[in-house]
Design a protein around this ligand. Structure first.
Ligand code: GUN
Ligand code: ZN
Length: 431
Protein backbone atom coordinates (compact mmCIF):
# COMPACT_ATOMS: atom_id res chain seq x y z
CA UNK A 1 0.00 0.00 0.00
CA UNK A 2 1.02 3.60 -0.58
CA UNK A 3 0.40 6.59 1.64
CA UNK A 4 0.51 10.12 0.17
CA UNK A 5 1.13 12.97 2.62
CA UNK A 6 0.14 16.59 2.00
CA UNK A 7 -2.83 18.96 2.26
CA UNK A 8 -5.85 17.09 0.94
CA UNK A 9 -8.59 18.98 -0.93
CA UNK A 10 -11.83 17.17 -1.74
CA UNK A 11 -15.52 17.97 -2.12
CA UNK A 12 -18.39 16.86 0.13
CA UNK A 13 -20.99 18.92 -1.76
CA UNK A 14 -21.52 21.06 -4.84
CA UNK A 15 -20.17 24.59 -4.14
CA UNK A 16 -22.68 26.05 -6.62
CA UNK A 17 -25.50 24.74 -4.39
CA UNK A 18 -24.23 24.96 -0.81
CA UNK A 19 -22.04 27.29 1.21
CA UNK A 20 -18.36 26.92 0.30
CA UNK A 21 -17.51 25.82 3.86
CA UNK A 22 -20.03 22.99 3.63
CA UNK A 23 -18.73 22.01 0.23
CA UNK A 24 -14.98 21.67 0.60
CA UNK A 25 -13.03 19.32 2.84
CA UNK A 26 -9.49 20.41 3.57
CA UNK A 27 -7.13 18.28 5.66
CA UNK A 28 -3.75 19.81 6.49
CA UNK A 29 -1.12 17.15 7.22
CA UNK A 30 -3.52 14.74 5.59
CA UNK A 31 -3.04 11.39 3.98
CA UNK A 32 -4.47 9.38 1.10
CA UNK A 33 -4.03 5.64 1.39
CA UNK A 34 -3.82 3.89 -1.97
CA UNK A 35 -4.35 0.18 -2.41
CA UNK A 36 -3.79 -1.04 -5.97
CA UNK A 37 -5.79 1.20 -8.31
CA UNK A 38 -8.03 2.63 -5.60
CA UNK A 39 -8.21 5.02 -2.67
CA UNK A 40 -8.60 2.91 0.45
CA UNK A 41 -8.75 5.68 3.05
CA UNK A 42 -8.45 9.45 3.52
CA UNK A 43 -7.78 11.37 6.75
CA UNK A 44 -5.13 12.67 9.13
CA UNK A 45 -1.71 11.43 8.05
CA UNK A 46 -0.63 10.48 11.59
CA UNK A 47 -3.70 8.30 12.09
CA UNK A 48 -3.32 6.56 8.75
CA UNK A 49 0.38 6.02 9.38
CA UNK A 50 -0.29 4.30 12.69
CA UNK A 51 -3.09 2.18 11.19
CA UNK A 52 -0.98 1.20 8.19
CA UNK A 53 2.63 1.29 9.40
CA UNK A 54 3.94 -0.69 6.42
CA UNK A 55 2.50 1.56 3.73
CA UNK A 56 5.15 3.25 1.61
CA UNK A 57 5.05 7.00 2.32
CA UNK A 58 5.18 9.64 -0.42
CA UNK A 59 5.77 12.87 1.45
CA UNK A 60 4.64 15.87 -0.58
CA UNK A 61 5.18 18.32 2.28
CA UNK A 62 2.95 21.40 2.08
CA UNK A 63 1.80 20.63 -1.45
CA UNK A 64 -1.87 20.18 -2.21
CA UNK A 65 -3.16 16.72 -3.11
CA UNK A 66 -6.36 16.73 -5.17
CA UNK A 67 -8.17 14.66 -7.74
CA UNK A 68 -6.61 14.79 -11.19
CA UNK A 69 -8.34 17.10 -13.64
CA UNK A 70 -11.11 15.83 -15.90
CA UNK A 71 -11.21 17.46 -19.35
CA UNK A 72 -14.69 16.70 -20.62
CA UNK A 73 -14.36 17.87 -24.25
CA UNK A 74 -11.33 17.92 -26.49
CA UNK A 75 -10.12 16.80 -29.91
CA UNK A 76 -6.89 14.82 -29.73
CA UNK A 77 -6.55 14.83 -33.56
CA UNK A 78 -6.17 18.62 -33.39
CA UNK A 79 -3.08 18.60 -31.17
CA UNK A 80 -0.78 19.41 -34.11
CA UNK A 81 -2.85 22.40 -35.24
CA UNK A 82 -3.33 24.08 -31.86
CA UNK A 83 -2.83 27.86 -32.11
CA UNK A 84 -3.62 28.27 -35.80
CA UNK A 85 -4.05 31.95 -36.59
CA UNK A 86 -6.98 34.07 -37.47
CA UNK A 87 -10.11 32.18 -38.45
CA UNK A 88 -13.73 31.94 -37.39
CA UNK A 89 -15.12 28.49 -36.57
CA UNK A 90 -16.32 27.39 -40.00
CA UNK A 91 -13.25 28.45 -41.98
CA UNK A 92 -10.97 27.26 -39.16
CA UNK A 93 -12.53 23.81 -39.62
CA UNK A 94 -12.07 23.89 -43.40
CA UNK A 95 -8.61 25.39 -43.49
CA UNK A 96 -6.84 23.69 -40.59
CA UNK A 97 -8.91 20.98 -38.96
CA UNK A 98 -10.21 18.83 -41.79
CA UNK A 99 -6.85 18.54 -43.64
CA UNK A 100 -5.18 17.50 -40.36
CA UNK A 101 -7.91 14.99 -39.49
CA UNK A 102 -7.38 13.35 -42.89
CA UNK A 103 -3.99 12.07 -41.67
CA UNK A 104 -5.61 9.83 -39.04
CA UNK A 105 -6.48 7.04 -41.46
CA UNK A 106 -2.80 6.22 -40.91
CA UNK A 107 -2.79 4.33 -37.63
CA UNK A 108 0.87 5.06 -36.93
CA UNK A 109 0.28 8.78 -37.22
CA UNK A 110 -2.83 8.49 -35.04
CA UNK A 111 -0.88 6.56 -32.43
CA UNK A 112 1.89 9.17 -32.33
CA UNK A 113 -0.52 12.06 -31.82
CA UNK A 114 -2.60 10.11 -29.28
CA UNK A 115 0.54 9.27 -27.34
CA UNK A 116 1.78 12.87 -27.31
CA UNK A 117 -1.66 14.19 -26.32
CA UNK A 118 -2.05 11.77 -23.41
CA UNK A 119 1.47 12.54 -22.17
CA UNK A 120 0.77 16.28 -22.38
CA UNK A 121 -2.42 15.74 -20.40
CA UNK A 122 -0.60 13.80 -17.69
CA UNK A 123 2.09 16.49 -17.51
CA UNK A 124 -0.66 19.05 -17.01
CA UNK A 125 -2.43 16.98 -14.35
CA UNK A 126 -5.33 15.78 -16.48
CA UNK A 127 -6.06 12.17 -15.64
CA UNK A 128 -9.28 11.71 -17.63
CA UNK A 129 -10.28 13.22 -20.95
CA UNK A 130 -13.19 12.90 -23.33
CA UNK A 131 -11.99 13.22 -26.89
CA UNK A 132 -13.52 13.40 -30.31
CA UNK A 133 -11.60 11.25 -32.81
CA UNK A 134 -11.88 11.50 -36.61
CA UNK A 135 -14.20 9.63 -38.97
CA UNK A 136 -11.53 6.92 -39.28
CA UNK A 137 -11.84 3.93 -36.95
CA UNK A 138 -8.03 3.82 -36.80
CA UNK A 139 -8.09 7.12 -34.95
CA UNK A 140 -10.38 5.59 -32.31
CA UNK A 141 -8.45 2.36 -31.87
CA UNK A 142 -5.14 4.24 -31.61
CA UNK A 143 -6.50 6.55 -28.91
CA UNK A 144 -8.02 3.82 -26.73
CA UNK A 145 -4.92 1.63 -27.13
CA UNK A 146 -2.59 4.43 -26.00
CA UNK A 147 -4.86 5.26 -23.04
CA UNK A 148 -4.94 1.59 -22.05
CA UNK A 149 -1.13 1.47 -22.02
CA UNK A 150 -1.22 4.28 -19.46
CA UNK A 151 -4.17 2.80 -17.47
CA UNK A 152 -6.03 6.07 -18.03
CA UNK A 153 -9.76 6.38 -17.94
CA UNK A 154 -10.85 7.98 -21.22
CA UNK A 155 -13.99 8.56 -23.21
CA UNK A 156 -13.89 8.78 -26.98
CA UNK A 157 -15.86 8.15 -30.12
CA UNK A 158 -15.62 8.02 -33.87
CA UNK A 159 -16.69 11.41 -35.20
CA UNK A 160 -19.60 10.95 -37.60
CA UNK A 161 -20.00 13.25 -40.63
CA UNK A 162 -21.87 12.35 -43.79
CA UNK A 163 -22.14 15.82 -45.36
CA UNK A 164 -20.62 19.31 -45.50
CA UNK A 165 -17.07 18.09 -45.05
CA UNK A 166 -14.39 17.12 -47.59
CA UNK A 167 -14.99 13.86 -49.48
CA UNK A 168 -11.90 12.31 -47.85
CA UNK A 169 -13.48 12.55 -44.36
CA UNK A 170 -17.07 11.72 -45.15
CA UNK A 171 -18.73 8.54 -43.87
CA UNK A 172 -22.32 7.43 -44.54
CA UNK A 173 -25.45 6.62 -42.57
CA UNK A 174 -24.64 2.92 -42.63
CA UNK A 175 -20.89 3.06 -42.12
CA UNK A 176 -21.21 5.50 -39.20
CA UNK A 177 -23.75 3.21 -37.53
CA UNK A 178 -21.78 0.00 -38.19
CA UNK A 179 -18.37 1.41 -37.24
CA UNK A 180 -19.71 3.06 -34.09
CA UNK A 181 -21.45 -0.18 -33.06
CA UNK A 182 -18.30 -2.22 -33.59
CA UNK A 183 -16.27 0.29 -31.59
CA UNK A 184 -18.82 0.30 -28.74
CA UNK A 185 -18.56 -3.48 -28.49
CA UNK A 186 -14.79 -3.30 -28.54
CA UNK A 187 -14.14 -0.38 -26.19
CA UNK A 188 -17.14 0.59 -24.07
CA UNK A 189 -16.60 -0.44 -20.45
CA UNK A 190 -13.40 -2.21 -21.41
CA UNK A 191 -10.60 -1.66 -18.92
CA UNK A 192 -11.05 2.06 -18.06
CA UNK A 193 -12.47 3.12 -21.43
CA UNK A 194 -15.94 4.35 -22.28
CA UNK A 195 -17.53 5.07 -25.62
CA UNK A 196 -19.32 8.25 -26.68
CA UNK A 197 -21.51 8.24 -29.78
CA UNK A 198 -20.16 11.29 -31.58
CA UNK A 199 -22.00 13.18 -34.30
CA UNK A 200 -19.61 16.14 -34.89
CA UNK A 201 -22.43 18.72 -35.00
CA UNK A 202 -25.76 19.09 -36.77
CA UNK A 203 -24.37 20.71 -39.98
CA UNK A 204 -22.13 17.74 -40.82
CA UNK A 205 -24.78 15.04 -40.36
CA UNK A 206 -27.84 14.41 -42.50
CA UNK A 207 -31.11 13.92 -40.63
CA UNK A 208 -30.83 10.24 -41.59
CA UNK A 209 -27.43 9.95 -39.91
CA UNK A 210 -28.63 11.68 -36.74
CA UNK A 211 -31.65 9.38 -36.74
CA UNK A 212 -29.55 6.24 -37.03
CA UNK A 213 -27.17 7.42 -34.28
CA UNK A 214 -30.21 8.08 -32.06
CA UNK A 215 -31.31 4.47 -32.69
CA UNK A 216 -27.83 3.15 -31.97
CA UNK A 217 -27.84 5.01 -28.67
CA UNK A 218 -31.15 3.42 -27.69
CA UNK A 219 -29.44 0.03 -28.18
CA UNK A 220 -26.54 1.09 -25.90
CA UNK A 221 -28.10 3.63 -23.53
CA UNK A 222 -25.25 3.60 -21.02
CA UNK A 223 -22.85 5.07 -23.61
CA UNK A 224 -22.38 8.80 -23.75
CA UNK A 225 -23.33 11.09 -26.61
CA UNK A 226 -21.04 14.05 -27.26
CA UNK A 227 -21.47 16.82 -29.82
CA UNK A 228 -21.32 20.60 -30.29
CA UNK A 229 -24.16 23.03 -29.69
CA UNK A 230 -24.64 26.74 -30.32
CA UNK A 231 -21.01 27.80 -30.51
CA UNK A 232 -20.90 30.66 -33.06
CA UNK A 233 -23.53 32.92 -34.57
CA UNK A 234 -22.59 32.02 -38.19
CA UNK A 235 -22.86 28.33 -37.31
CA UNK A 236 -26.32 28.82 -35.77
CA UNK A 237 -27.57 30.69 -38.86
CA UNK A 238 -26.27 27.87 -41.08
CA UNK A 239 -27.99 25.29 -38.87
CA UNK A 240 -31.32 27.09 -39.13
CA UNK A 241 -31.03 27.03 -42.95
CA UNK A 242 -30.14 23.33 -43.00
CA UNK A 243 -33.00 22.40 -40.63
CA UNK A 244 -35.69 25.03 -41.37
CA UNK A 245 -38.42 23.02 -39.68
CA UNK A 246 -36.67 22.95 -36.28
CA UNK A 247 -37.48 25.44 -33.54
CA UNK A 248 -33.93 25.63 -32.26
CA UNK A 249 -30.48 24.06 -32.58
CA UNK A 250 -31.14 21.77 -29.61
CA UNK A 251 -34.52 20.84 -31.03
CA UNK A 252 -32.70 19.14 -33.95
CA UNK A 253 -30.81 16.84 -31.62
CA UNK A 254 -34.00 16.26 -29.66
CA UNK A 255 -35.91 15.16 -32.78
CA UNK A 256 -33.41 12.32 -33.09
CA UNK A 257 -33.50 11.35 -29.39
CA UNK A 258 -30.05 12.75 -28.66
CA UNK A 259 -30.91 14.95 -25.67
CA UNK A 260 -30.70 12.83 -22.53
CA UNK A 261 -28.89 12.51 -19.22
CA UNK A 262 -25.75 11.10 -20.84
CA UNK A 263 -25.59 13.84 -23.48
CA UNK A 264 -22.73 16.29 -23.26
CA UNK A 265 -22.92 19.41 -25.38
CA UNK A 266 -19.80 21.44 -26.09
CA UNK A 267 -19.90 25.27 -25.88
CA UNK A 268 -23.60 26.28 -25.53
CA UNK A 269 -22.86 29.99 -25.81
CA UNK A 270 -25.87 31.40 -27.61
CA UNK A 271 -28.63 29.23 -26.15
CA UNK A 272 -32.23 30.44 -26.19
CA UNK A 273 -34.38 30.24 -23.07
CA UNK A 274 -36.26 27.12 -24.19
CA UNK A 275 -32.97 25.35 -24.96
CA UNK A 276 -31.71 26.06 -21.45
CA UNK A 277 -35.00 24.72 -20.06
CA UNK A 278 -34.69 21.54 -22.13
CA UNK A 279 -31.10 20.90 -21.00
CA UNK A 280 -32.24 21.28 -17.40
CA UNK A 281 -35.27 19.05 -17.80
CA UNK A 282 -33.29 16.28 -19.54
CA UNK A 283 -30.37 16.53 -17.08
CA UNK A 284 -27.93 16.88 -19.97
CA UNK A 285 -24.49 18.40 -19.33
CA UNK A 286 -22.56 21.27 -20.86
CA UNK A 287 -18.83 21.27 -21.59
CA UNK A 288 -17.65 24.85 -21.04
CA UNK A 289 -14.59 25.53 -23.22
CA UNK A 290 -13.37 29.03 -22.30
CA UNK A 291 -9.97 29.18 -24.07
CA UNK A 292 -11.62 28.04 -27.29
CA UNK A 293 -14.44 30.53 -26.94
CA UNK A 294 -12.07 33.46 -26.70
CA UNK A 295 -9.57 32.13 -29.26
CA UNK A 296 -12.10 31.35 -32.00
CA UNK A 297 -14.11 34.41 -30.97
CA UNK A 298 -17.29 32.48 -30.23
CA UNK A 299 -18.69 34.55 -27.37
CA UNK A 300 -19.22 34.66 -23.63
CA UNK A 301 -20.64 31.64 -21.84
CA UNK A 302 -23.41 32.61 -19.42
CA UNK A 303 -22.07 30.88 -16.33
CA UNK A 304 -24.25 32.87 -13.93
CA UNK A 305 -27.54 32.13 -15.68
CA UNK A 306 -26.81 28.50 -16.52
CA UNK A 307 -25.33 27.50 -13.17
CA UNK A 308 -28.32 29.11 -11.42
CA UNK A 309 -30.56 26.71 -13.39
CA UNK A 310 -28.66 23.83 -11.78
CA UNK A 311 -27.60 22.43 -15.14
CA UNK A 312 -24.45 20.39 -14.74
CA UNK A 313 -21.39 22.09 -16.23
CA UNK A 314 -17.96 20.54 -16.79
CA UNK A 315 -14.79 22.30 -17.85
CA UNK A 316 -12.93 21.47 -21.03
CA UNK A 317 -9.93 22.56 -23.08
CA UNK A 318 -11.45 21.89 -26.54
CA UNK A 319 -7.89 21.61 -27.87
CA UNK A 320 -6.96 22.43 -30.65
CA UNK A 321 -9.72 25.11 -30.86
CA UNK A 322 -8.72 25.76 -27.25
CA UNK A 323 -5.25 27.09 -26.65
CA UNK A 324 -3.90 25.05 -23.75
CA UNK A 325 -3.73 21.50 -22.43
CA UNK A 326 -3.58 22.97 -18.94
CA UNK A 327 -6.81 22.85 -16.95
CA UNK A 328 -5.28 25.52 -14.69
CA UNK A 329 -5.09 27.88 -17.66
CA UNK A 330 -8.61 26.81 -18.61
CA UNK A 331 -9.81 27.63 -15.10
CA UNK A 332 -8.18 31.05 -15.37
CA UNK A 333 -9.98 31.77 -18.64
CA UNK A 334 -13.30 30.54 -17.18
CA UNK A 335 -12.87 32.99 -14.32
CA UNK A 336 -12.20 35.92 -16.66
CA UNK A 337 -15.07 35.09 -19.00
CA UNK A 338 -17.42 34.86 -16.06
CA UNK A 339 -16.19 38.21 -14.78
CA UNK A 340 -17.34 39.68 -18.11
CA UNK A 341 -20.73 38.11 -17.34
CA UNK A 342 -20.80 39.80 -13.91
CA UNK A 343 -20.23 36.64 -11.91
CA UNK A 344 -17.02 36.09 -9.90
CA UNK A 345 -16.70 32.33 -9.71
CA UNK A 346 -15.29 31.28 -6.33
CA UNK A 347 -12.02 29.31 -6.48
CA UNK A 348 -13.82 26.29 -4.99
CA UNK A 349 -16.39 26.48 -7.80
CA UNK A 350 -13.64 26.77 -10.40
CA UNK A 351 -11.92 23.68 -9.05
CA UNK A 352 -15.23 21.80 -8.88
CA UNK A 353 -15.93 22.51 -12.57
CA UNK A 354 -12.54 21.03 -13.55
CA UNK A 355 -12.95 17.88 -11.45
CA UNK A 356 -16.35 16.82 -10.09
CA UNK A 357 -18.40 18.89 -12.58
CA UNK A 358 -16.62 17.25 -15.49
CA UNK A 359 -16.84 13.77 -13.96
CA UNK A 360 -20.64 14.17 -13.55
CA UNK A 361 -20.91 15.25 -17.20
CA UNK A 362 -19.22 11.97 -18.15
CA UNK A 363 -21.32 9.85 -15.77
CA UNK A 364 -18.18 8.92 -13.84
CA UNK A 365 -18.81 10.81 -10.60
CA UNK A 366 -18.82 7.65 -8.50
CA UNK A 367 -15.38 6.63 -9.76
CA UNK A 368 -13.21 9.68 -10.48
CA UNK A 369 -12.96 13.44 -10.01
CA UNK A 370 -12.83 13.49 -6.20
CA UNK A 371 -10.85 12.02 -3.32
CA UNK A 372 -13.07 9.49 -1.62
CA UNK A 373 -12.80 5.91 -0.40
CA UNK A 374 -13.29 3.49 -3.27
CA UNK A 375 -12.54 6.03 -6.01
CA UNK A 376 -9.72 5.46 -8.47
CA UNK A 377 -6.41 6.87 -7.27
CA UNK A 378 -6.12 9.40 -10.11
CA UNK A 379 -4.49 12.22 -8.18
CA UNK A 380 -2.33 15.28 -8.59
CA UNK A 381 0.13 17.07 -6.36
CA UNK A 382 -0.01 20.84 -6.76
CA UNK A 383 2.76 23.22 -5.74
CA UNK A 384 1.12 26.48 -4.66
CA UNK A 385 4.34 28.44 -5.19
CA UNK A 386 5.48 27.11 -8.56
CA UNK A 387 6.85 30.36 -9.99
CA UNK A 388 8.37 33.50 -8.47
CA UNK A 389 5.34 35.59 -9.34
CA UNK A 390 2.92 33.07 -7.83
CA UNK A 391 5.09 32.51 -4.76
CA UNK A 392 5.39 36.21 -3.85
CA UNK A 393 1.59 36.59 -4.04
CA UNK A 394 0.88 33.35 -2.22
CA UNK A 395 3.14 34.37 0.70
CA UNK A 396 0.82 37.28 1.44
CA UNK A 397 -2.31 35.12 1.49
CA UNK A 398 -4.56 35.46 4.51
CA UNK A 399 -6.42 32.17 4.08
CA UNK A 400 -6.39 28.97 2.03
CA UNK A 401 -8.39 30.35 -0.89
CA UNK A 402 -6.13 33.37 -1.22
CA UNK A 403 -3.21 31.02 -1.21
CA UNK A 404 -4.71 28.76 -3.94
CA UNK A 405 -6.11 31.49 -6.19
CA UNK A 406 -2.76 32.72 -7.66
CA UNK A 407 -2.12 29.17 -8.91
CA UNK A 408 -5.63 28.92 -10.35
CA UNK A 409 -5.14 32.19 -12.21
CA UNK A 410 -1.42 32.11 -13.11
CA UNK A 411 -0.52 28.42 -12.84
CA UNK A 412 0.26 25.88 -15.54
CA UNK A 413 2.06 22.54 -15.83
CA UNK A 414 4.89 23.86 -13.62
CA UNK A 415 2.47 23.74 -10.68
CA UNK A 416 1.74 20.04 -11.22
CA UNK A 417 4.60 18.36 -9.42
CA UNK A 418 3.22 14.81 -9.70
CA UNK A 419 0.41 13.03 -11.46
CA UNK A 420 -0.91 9.70 -10.20
CA UNK A 421 -2.89 7.46 -12.54
CA UNK A 422 -4.63 4.28 -11.43
CA UNK A 423 -2.67 4.15 -8.15
CA UNK A 424 0.78 4.86 -9.59
CA UNK A 425 2.97 7.94 -9.57
CA UNK A 426 3.70 8.55 -13.24
CA UNK A 427 7.19 8.97 -14.51
CA UNK A 428 6.18 10.73 -17.69
CA UNK A 429 8.79 11.03 -20.38
CA UNK A 430 7.78 14.66 -20.88
CA UNK A 431 8.68 15.67 -17.31
N1 GUN B 1 -17.80 22.39 -34.16
C1 GUN B 1 -17.73 21.32 -34.97
N2 GUN B 1 -16.52 20.77 -34.97
C2 GUN B 1 -15.77 21.50 -34.14
C3 GUN B 1 -14.41 21.43 -33.72
O1 GUN B 1 -13.63 20.58 -34.12
N3 GUN B 1 -14.01 22.39 -32.83
C4 GUN B 1 -14.86 23.34 -32.36
N4 GUN B 1 -14.41 24.22 -31.48
N5 GUN B 1 -16.13 23.42 -32.74
C5 GUN B 1 -16.58 22.52 -33.62
ZN1 ZN C 1 -15.05 20.67 -29.78
Amino acid sequence: MKLLKGTILSFANNPFLVDINDSVKLIESGGVLVDGSFIRDVGEFSKLKSNYPHARVYNYGKNLITSGFVDCHMHYPQTAIIASYGKRLLDWLNEYTFPEEKKFTDKNYARKVASLTLDLCIKNGTTTLASFCTTSINSVDAFFEEAKKRNMSVIAGKTCMDRNAPEYLIDSVNSAYDDSKRLIKKWHNSNRSYYAITPRFAPTSTPEQLDSLGSLWSEYPDCLMQTHLSEQKEEIEWVSKLFPESDSYLDIYDKFNLVKKNSIFGHCIHLKGNEIEMLKERQSSIAHCPTSNTFIGSGIFKMKEISSKKINIGLATDTGGGTSFSMLRTISEAYKISQLNNFSIHPAQLFWLATVGSSISLGLESKIGNIKKGYYADLIVINLASTIEIEQRQKRAKNFWESFFPTLIMGDDRAITKTWVNGNEIKNKLY
